[in-house]
Design a protein around this ligand. Structure first.
Ligand code: C6P
Length: 434
């Protein structure tokens, strides 16, 4: 059969998604990079230019990530690791290439130690269920901290209930840093695992994860790092940290939603039983029993998020072109610049003054409920988040039901912070005057 002359002769010709991107090369220039993010040019509420300051919740996506999803479904879509036809081979190659990109990005020693998940939450649940439920015994201890996101707390509460293990918590100091002396004391118990966040999504605190890992290992415990807020904005190297598990989410680092990564130390992953069961994760199945596939497939039951993984690979390419150290320095600079502005407004209290920080800044404005403030800002086109930020114990620690949070990324600019301040001043005048 011959192809009609009017039909596209190559797969590439089928793709109608044109992506013209600055791509992050050259000297760092946020204004130039913004052009790669079409959504940042939106006007909302009729005529307000969007100022997107909710990056700790999810980041925006550059054109190259949006386009690769479109291109994948137009020219490459197939299931992976199964069929032998052309498209299936292409899809599998690109899916596995994305895994290798992630492996290099986080300094993992083997691609077999990189498991695709739906996100940080699923990665932590995987460890809690597949490692914790099997290995924790009554009165064993799991050390967490008082600043964990619910994703690194509730899974351990479930497992503790089932196994009789005890949860211990490193207290948070007034400046938002962890009490490392208390951590040292907690490690003297029957600790099997220490699980802590690298960067707090509320306080912005950067925890000394390398030091904390070494302390836990010296006490004979394994370490899980919640890197949801750190992998997006600084160099993170699992070999350097020497952690046993590390989880993060694609959508917080320019990638698609529904894709994430769990890194695990090979020897530990090899000894673990599967988390989810079904297709893809088996070697041999009889009616009575089954044996498991090799890593990483043992932990990737069912059809994976193929386009998501490929999109995440393209997001990693983009981040590397901008430079992770550049992103870290710029985010920290913008966050400090925002804190200086907030400190200058009477009645504003900023939560989190630890010496090293990321891009999330939480605060309260006296007399204005955080939800009211978020709505007020939204009317001015400024996207911030308000609420307990999935960290209710931390809210209790600081004696507030909720906070407002503005979180920056490398495509934000100082002018957006000025707009935030203007909006806060207007909200204050409105609510205090009412
Ligand atoms: N924090 C925030 O606005 P998922 O939802 O699985 O992609 O990520 C969960 C998660 C785990 N740990 C930390 C430190 C996080 O910040 C998050 C997500 C978002 O702060 C949504 S609540």
């Amino acid at each position: 059969m011959t192809t009609p002359s009017s039909a596209p002769s190559t797969l590439a010709a089928l793709v109608h998604c044109a992506c013209h991107e600055q791509g992050g090369g050259g000297p760092f220039d946020p204004l130039r990079l913004r052009k790669d993010f079409p959504i940042l040019t939106l006007t909302v509420h009729k005529d307000k230019t969007l100022a997107y300051l909710d990056n700790a919740a999810t980041t925006q996506k550059p054109a190259s990530v949006v386009c690769v999803l479109c291109e994948y479904y137009q020219a490459c879509n197939a299931n992976v690791h199964r069929s032998l036809h052309y498209l299936a081979e292409q899809a599998t190659l690109r899916f596995e290439e994305a895994r290798r990109k992630v492996q290099r990005f986080i300094g993992a020693p083997s691609e077999r130690s990189v498991i695709f998940t739906r996100g940080t939450t699923e990665g932590i649940n995987l460890v809690a269920q597949a490692w914790g439920r099997r290995n924790l015994k009554p009165n064993d201890e799991v050390v967490l901290t008082g600043m964990e996101h619910h994703s690194n707390l509730v899974p351990w509460q479930l497992v503790a209930k089932e196994t009789g293990a005890k949860l211990k918590f490193v207290p948070v100091l007034d400046d938002g840093a962890l009490d490392l002396d208390a951590y040292g004391r907690l490690l003297k118990g029957r600790v099997r695992l220490a699980a802590f966040t690298h960067i707090s999504n509320v306080l912005g605190t950067v925890n000394p994860v390398k030091q904390m890992t070494a302390m836990a290992h010296a006490a004979g415990a394994l370490v899980l790092v919640d890197a949801a807020q750190s992998v997006p904005n600084r160099p993170v190297n699992v070999a350097d940290i020497d952690c046993d598990f590390l989880a993060f989410s694609g959508h917080k680092m320019l990638g698609p939603t529904g894709i994430g990564v769990l890194y695990g130390r090979l020897e530990i992953l090899e000894r673990m039983e599967p988390f989810l069961a079904g297709g893809e994760m088996i070697n041999r199945v009889t009616l009575e029993e089954s044996t498991w596939a090799d890593l990483p497939q043992k932990f990737e039951a069912g059809t994976p998020h193929v386009s998501g993984a490929i999109g995440l690979g393209v997001a990693v390419d983009y981040l590397q072109r901008v430079g992770m150290e550049t992103i870290r320095a710029y985010d920290e600079h913008l966050a400090r610049s925002m804190i200086a502005r907030l400190d200058a407004i009477p009645g504003v209290r900023v939560f989190g003054r630890a010496p090293e920080r990321g891009g999330a800044v939480s605060f309260e404005v006296e007399g204005v409920h955080p939800h009211d403030l978020a709505q007020f800002c939204d009317k001015d086109g400024i996207a911030i988040r308000a609420g307990h930020l999935c960290a209710q114990p931390l809210m209790q620690r600081f004696g507030v039901p909720a906070v407002s949070r503005a979180s920056v990324y490398f495509y934000n600019v100082e002018e957006e912070l000025d707009r935030l301040v203007q909006s806060i001043l207007k909200a204050k005048a409105f609510f205090h005057g009412a």
